[in-house]
Design a protein around this ligand. Structure first.
Ligand code: ATP
Ligand code: MG
Length: 432
């Protein structure tokens, strides 16, 4: 017997039971972003490896050890995108979307790939919705990005479960000065650092700030603070953001150790975190990256963005019991037909109903079956009503409308009725 084929570890099927919640989430975000004037962009899933090396940075975890990189048949080195910002910037540059300095507010959604250790909330193929804004340098845009996520949390009913953490990384110059001071301080104590942090001391010292190692964290208590190195411009920008968040009534905590994993951030960085998902608690993260577009060969172009992890937000909705009840029902009406002639009529009738009620979720029984078996299927479909079309109904051009749920009794729709075909759409509209 041949071995059962399996999906790759950390790459999940999203099964029919789960897709309604995914669609609810994705549709909620899309509608919200339409409301704020963000436009969708769709980039390829595969890009030249060089793109990610140049944008994310050679000495980040992602580029050092998490990318799915392969050679294609032309011998080009390609990579499955580990995140969306790099490709978005590439696309924006390639198509001149920011060429004249015009603002762009963009969003994208889709799968990302990182070779990480799979666990709850951390997968090798995962999905993000990301936003990127170009050519707007003020804190008003940083605030808008946060305000709109805050609104999303309200729409989804999860506002109480998430906390906003904020920090400012300053300009690259300010960060370089801080980096030097931090390296001086830590180099003198190198033997006390954990192994990862020792490695990062040379490559990416700021990442040491979010080390999970207790000894390293103890050492950091007296280390130089990024806030003390902040340049005036970044300080003013950060104050501007905080003033706006205060005015909007959005609570936040300043986390001086929040540095984010990627090289390209400057000024504002933020994360929305929850304590409901164990150690994979960051559901949305981003920041400003004013130097990135230039670093990738464009004109100096301010940028700011974030990405949220769909798996983690879907998990959070489930954990908090915030899955809307309406998602349980995917079928409104189940049409049963008995005998060849009734089946033929049922198809025509169902198409007419679809014309009349475009939002109706109507499932037509397939595969014939006895009265009992068709009604059993109707019941299992979770539909509210079964429509019954037998020989007698066919002869009289009517259908039986049979309520399937007890809840319909309370609304006064608990009785089975016989309705003429011509009046069916109106009847269904009134009782659904
Ligand atoms: P983490 O610290 O959890 O590794 P990150 O800083 O690497 O996150 P980003 O690159 O900023 O994450 O991606 C933004 C969001 O995408 C994260 O906040 C998270 O919700 C989600 N995300 C990132 N990596 C994964 C993954 N491997 N599996 C599931 N979701 C992920
Ligand atoms: Mg990560």
């Amino acid at each position: 017997m041949s071995k059962t084929l399996q999906a790759i570890r950390g790459m999940n099927d999203i099964l029919p039971e789960q897709t309604p919640l995914w669609r609810y989430f994705e549709d909620s975000v899309a509608r919200l972003l339409d409301g704020y004037g963000y436009r969708q962009i769709r980039m390829p899933i595969v890009e030249f490896t060089e793109l990610f090396k140049r944008s994310i940075g050679e000495v980040t975890d992602i580029v050092e050890k998490e990318m799915y990189t392969f050679e294609d048949r032309n011998g080009d080195s390609l990579t499955l995108r580990p995140e969306g910002t790099a490709a978005c910037v590439r696309a924006v540059l390639e198509h001149g979307l920011t060429g004249g300095g015009q603002p762009q507010k963009l969003w994208y959604a889709g799968p990302m790939f990182r070779h990480e250790r799979p666990q709850k909330g951390r997968y090798r193929q995962f999905h993000q919705i990301g936003l990127e804004v170009f050519n707007l340098e003020g804190p008003d845009v940083d605030a808008e990005l946060i305000v709109l996520t805050w609104r999303l949390w309200k729409l989804l009913g999860i506002r109480d479960a998430v906390t906003l953490e904020l920090n400012s990384l300053g300009t690259p110059e300010a960060r370089a000065r801080y980096r030097e001071a931090l390296v001086d301080y830590l180099s003198a104590r190198e033997s006390q650092l954990d192994e990862d942090s020792r490695r990062r001391l040379a490559s990416n010292p700021l990442r040491i700030l979010d080390s999970k190692d207790a000894n390293t964290q103890a050492l950091l208590v007296d280390a130089p603070k990024l806030a003390d190195y902040l340049d005036d411009e970044s300080q003013t920008h950060f104050d501007g953001l905080k003033t706006r968040l205060d005015a909007a009534g959005i609570p936040y905590v300043i986390n001086p150790k929040l540095v984010r994993g990627l090289d390209y951030y400057s000024k504002t960085v933020f994360e929305w975190v929850t304590d409901q998902l164990g150690s994979q608690g960051t559901v949305c993260a981003g920041g400003r990256y004013d130097g990135l577009v230039e670093q990738m060969g464009g004109k100096p172009t301010p940028g700011v963005g974030f990405a949220m992890g769909i798996e983690r937000l879907v998990l959070l909705l489930e954990t908090l019991g915030k899955v809307p009840e309406s998602l349980a029902r995917q079928v409104d009406v189940y049409l049963c037909a008995f005998g060849e002639a009734a089946e033929v009529a049922a198809l025509a009738l169902s198409e007419r109903l679809r014309d009349q009620l475009p939002d109706l979720r109507l499932q037509v029984n397939a595969g014939a079956g006895s009265f009992k078996s068709q009604l059993k299927k109707a019941d299992k479909s979770a539909a509210l009503y079964a429509l019954i079309l037998g020989e007698d109904e066919l002869a009289q051009q009517v259908v039986g409308v049979k309520p399937l749920r007890d809840s319909l009794k309370e609304q006064g729709n608990g009785e089975q009725r016989t309705i003429a075909w011509d009046a069916l759409a109106e009847h269904l509209a009134s009782c659904l």
